[in-house]
Design a protein around this ligand. Structure first.
Ligand code: ADP
Ligand code: ZN
Length: 723
């Protein structure tokens, strides 16, 4: 038999099937979708079996498969086909598409082995005299008899010596059973009666056409309950579900709610799990022990069969797009593709749908559903804008008088506060007030960030660091100004302004330790703190009943990033964080501090009028030929020699101009990330309406440069960020 194997090296040069001879003793075991170890040049590599046939396609002598790695397949035929589609969509290597689908432990890659853990159990042997034993031995035998098969630890706690005697006498037989690293406690099942509006949405999805749905539901409208009800329906039909959530930071509360309702039927896949835990969860899914998978982007590849529904929560989130490394896939598109294969619907939910999704809904590609009100008829919080151009004079640090007043009142009433420090696209860079000198990384050309703990300036891209300067190296003045502000600084200010307040700071530093994030959420929920201060992390998904005030310290930073989505992202962030306020009985209030009180994204955030924002933003997108009117594609050309690179980028541009007439071609330009770690990059941006010939032509470009050590081409369709 001949096996066609795709090996673990992700390089265009070897991204194809190589044939190997399958030794006779392996013939009965080998299957498409298994990993095998094969000789490759002078090395031994792992790879996936993609084809099996009885004939080789060359006259050459084939090398032999060394061994089979897995006892059951890791890639089903569905996922194998999906990989081929992804490869065409993203122009990545096929092997990288397959590797992306699997947890680390199952990637075809040597050195990624993760062990399966086992528990030891005992059962009675036929020769075991079941009565008239010494008392502790009798207790053990009775216990095993009752259980059928008993855990070693439990028997040890009865009597270690009696256990050993029984084992030695052949009375007990040892069995190994897999032990999953994550153990779930059962919780009582809480189920809410849906409101008529929620029920209407559920009915539309489960009884309606099999197609994609866009659910626009304001914050606190009960989308999560709707998702659970839909999933429950499919569960009862014996079908499985996937729920995608943007980031790990969103997952704990959501996962908890799902667990309360569905218990062990849930598997959670997210980046905070260890490799072993992920592997265990993957096996539970694969074996059908878990039928509801919740996770971030890559959970869309969960090895489920018979999928009944796919839910994409917070569908507007950029995190569904993988930017680096390739394959630069979009989890929403993958979800649509899997749904097609499984003949199931997809629900895209959001309080601030992406313009792309909303535009599809308007064209009826997606069916539009809405939950325009909060459950219990609670109104959305009132948002007050504080114009910082004026308020700055009387402000204490970053806090306006208005915000301080409102905070004091909440503390008095023993209500809770969430403070958002908007750090999107923001760096705490240092400049000279006198001459405007900014510290930049000598390798990367981007601003250095001040790190208080080590008193150094650091580059976030390459890690370059230098000691903090006391004077400006350019003009010698002592007027260096730390323009950016971190959560730590704000925390210090808070302690001065409201010394009695208990402040919980949540950012990437304080939550990096495993389990910290959940702990913080738990203790804030128990009201062990008054104020939750954080970055974007505090904006989404959290549901605390005692929060009645949200303070947005700097609404603008995200408006200033050079990205065509900056208004959309700002609007969505502000709406999300505002939505954390007044979710239960008490009404909510939001203070929005801004230097741009008249900007339309700020204005519509105040009114919390998504539809009006959508209309306004669509006009701008149309004028400037941006999505959803045009598709974008970013071609990145990178290498160590800037001059050569520019020439090559120009060549690419000209050849594209010759071959594509309906496409707008911009660049090559060097963005503000021109140089990273002494690798230079140019980008060419394409804007287009339809992509008939485009992928084929771009594939030729990729193919032309494959193996070229001086020029690297990266292609990103529908990029989530531009340089
Ligand atoms: P969203 O996901 O749209 O922000 P949630 O599903 O988190 O909304 O619901 C907001 C709050 O309302 C949660 O505390 C949730 O438990 C509660 N809730 C949702 N649906 C109902 C219902 N039908 N009856 C009572 N409470 C509900
Ligand atoms: Zn650097």
């Amino acid at each position: 038999m001949v096996a066609g194997v795709l090996v673990e090296i992700s390089h265009q040069n070897v991204d194809r099937i190589f044939e190997y001879d399958v030794p006779g003793e392996m013939a009965s075991e080998i299957q498409v979708g298994l990993r095998v170890l094969v000789p490759f040049g002078k090395q031994e590599l792992e790879g996936f079996v993609l084809t099996l046939s009885h004939q080789k396609s060359t006259d050459k002598e084939l090398k032999k498969v060394i061994r089979i790695v897995d006892s059951s397949i890791v890639l089903s035929q569905e996922l194998l086909d999906l990989g081929v589609w992804m490869q065409k969509e993203t122009l990545a290597t096929l092997i990288s598409c397959y590797q992306t689908m699997l947890p680390r432990a199952l990637k075809a890659k040597r050195g990624t082995e993760v062990s399966i853990k086992y528990d030891t159990y005992y059962r009675l042997s036929d020769s075991c005299p079941q009565s008239d034993l010494r008392s502790t031995q009798q207790r053990i035998v009775d216990y095993v008899k009752e259980k059928g098969s008993a855990l070693r630890q439990d028997l040890l706690s009865i009597s270690a010596s009696s256990l050993n005697t029984l084992i030695r006498n052949g009375c007990l037989i040892e069995e190994k059973k897999e032990h999953y690293r994550l153990q779930y406690e059962k919780q009582e099942i809480v189920k809410k009666t849906l409101t008529p509006m929620q029920q209407k949405v559920v009915d539309a999805v489960i009884h309606g056409e099999t197609k994609p749905y866009l659910l626009y539901g304001v914050t606190g409208s009960g989308k999560t309950e709707v998702y659970m009800e839909i999933i429950d329906y499919y569960l009862k039909q014996g079908k499985t579900s996937i729920v995608l959530v943007p980031e790990i930071s969103l997952t704990p509360q959501m996962v908890q709610r799902f667990r309360e309702r569905f218990g062990e039927r849930i598997a959670a896949l997210h980046s905070a799990l260890s490799d072993g835990e992920k592997y265990d969860e993957w096996r539970r899914i694969y074996r059908g022990e878990a039928s509801i998978v919740i996770g971030a982007r890559s959970a869309v590849f969960a090895p489920l069969e018979n999928i009944g529904i796919i839910i994409v929560d917070e569908e507007h989130s950029e995190s569904y797009k993988q930017t680096d490394p390739s394959p630069r896939y979009h989890a929403k598109e993958v979800a649509l593709m899997r749904a097609k294969t499984h003949h199931c619907s997809v629900v895209f939910g959001s309080a601030t749908p992406s313009l792309e999704a909303m535009a599809r809904a308007q064209k009826n590609v997606f069916t539009y559903l809405e939950l325009p009100e909060r459950v219990n008829g609670k109104s959305l919080p009132i948002v007050e804008i504080v114009d910082m151009n004026q308020a700055m004079k009387k402000a204490k640090g970053h806090f306006s008088q208005r915000l301080i007043q409102e905070m004091e009142q909440r503390l008095e009433n023993q209500e809770q506060i969430i403070l958002l420090l908007n750090r999107r696209g923001y760096s705490s860079f240092v400049t000279c007030k006198n001459c405007g000198y900014t510290f930049k990384c000598p390798n990367c050309d981007i601003s250095l960030t001040y790190h208080k703990s080590s008193n150094t300036l650091r580059c976030h891209y390459c890690g370059y660091g230098e000691k903090e300067y006391k004077t400006c190296p350019k003009c010698g003045e002592k007027s260096l100004n730390n323009l950016g502000v971190g959560t730590q600084k704000i925390e210090e200010e808070l302690h001065q302004i409201l010394p009695e307040a208990r402040v919980l700071r949540m950012d990437y530093d304080t939550t990096s330790r495993k389990g910290m994030h959940e702990k913080m959420i738990e203790s804030f929920k128990k009201q062990e703190y008054d104020i939750l201060l954080g970055t974007q992390m505090v904006a989404k998904g959290l549901d605390f009943s005692q929060v009645t005030l949200v303070g947005i310290l700097n609404a603008d930073t995200s408006l200033n990033i050079p990205d065509f989505r900056s208004s959309e992202n700002t609007f969505s962030l502000l709406s999300q964080v505002s939505g954390r306020s007044g979710r239960a009985q008490k009404s909510g209030f939001v203070i929005l501090q801004t230097f741009n009180p008249d900007h339309y994204a700020i204005q519509y955030s105040q009114k919390q009028d998504y539809l009006a924002f959508y209309q306004a933003e669509m006009k701008i997108r149309r004028q400037l030929k941006y999505p959803p009117y045009y598709y974008l594609c970013n071609i990145r050309v990178s290498g160590g020699n800037a001059l050569l690179l520019f020439d090559e980028a120009m060549k690419i541009k000209r050849s594209l101009e010759r071959n594509l007439d309906q496409v707008i071609i911009l660049g090559p330009s060097s963005g503000n990330l021109f140089r990273i770690n002494n690798i230079f990059r140019y980008q060419i941006i394409l804007k287009y309406k339809s992509d008939q010939a485009l992928r084929e032509i771009l594939w030729k470009v990729v193919d032309h440069y494959k193996g070229n050590p001086k020029v690297k081409i990266d292609i990103d369709f529908n990029p989530s960020q531009m340089l």
